[in-house]
Design a protein around this ligand. Structure first.
Ligand SMILES: Cc1cc2nc3c(=O)[nH]c(=O)nc-3n(C[C@H](O)[C@H](O)[C@H](O)COP(=O)(O)O)c2cc1C
Length: 147
């Protein structure tokens, strides 16, 4: 079992790059990691800490590759009371529904009993050309919270 499972939801690939970058940083810090792009619930180990990294598409919508996972949380209400998770959203402030997807995922995970560690980071791509940079800063504090 990996210490941390990075879960990405992405349409154009940006959130996947962020997940891969953070996995590298976590490995450098001594954690074992697994990275899953658009997993289904059954692909995930509840004993591992989940780090969800998701961009937003449409009008506050979850990317297609993570929609089945989200639907499963809403429809099946699995018991995730053993799960700890962190959350990073990527979006653009030009939309009213800024980072709407990570808000939806946070609340669906919590409604299944999962416990969030740290605050949700919301990265505005209008401010950050390279979303890996603010994500790496946030990770510096988050990894101390999960020790
Ligand atoms: C068609 C379209 C719709 C979008 N809708 C939203 C939105 O509702 N809220 C938001 O915060 N960002 C929105 N964005 C911005 C994307 O989240 C942003 O470009 C992000 O970096 C894409 O990440 P990805 O490469 O992981 O798909 C939208 C982008 C596109 C192209």
């Amino acid at each position: 079992m990996a210490d941390i499972t990075l879960i990405s939801g992405s349409t154009l690939g940006g959130a996947e790059y962020v997940a891969e970058h953070l996995a590298e940083k976590l490995e450098d810090a001594g954690f074992t990691t697994e990275t899953q792009h658009g997993p289904l619930l059954d692909d995930l180990d509840p004993q591992s800490i989940w780090l969800v990294i998701c961009s937003t598409h449409g009008a506050g919508d979850i990317p297609d590759n993570l929609q089945p996972f989200y639907d499963c949380l809403l429809e099946q209400k699995p018991d995730l009371s053993d799960v700890r998770f962190g959350a990073i959203g990527i979006g653009s402030r030009e939309y009213d529904t800024f980072c709407g997807a990570i808000d939806k995922l946070d609340s669906a995970l919590k409604s299944c009993g999962a416990k969030q560690t740290g605050d949700t980071l919301k990265i505005n791509i209008l401010e950050h050309d390279i979303p890996e940079d603010p994500a790496e800063v946030w990770l510096g504090s988050w990894k101390n919270l999960i020790k």
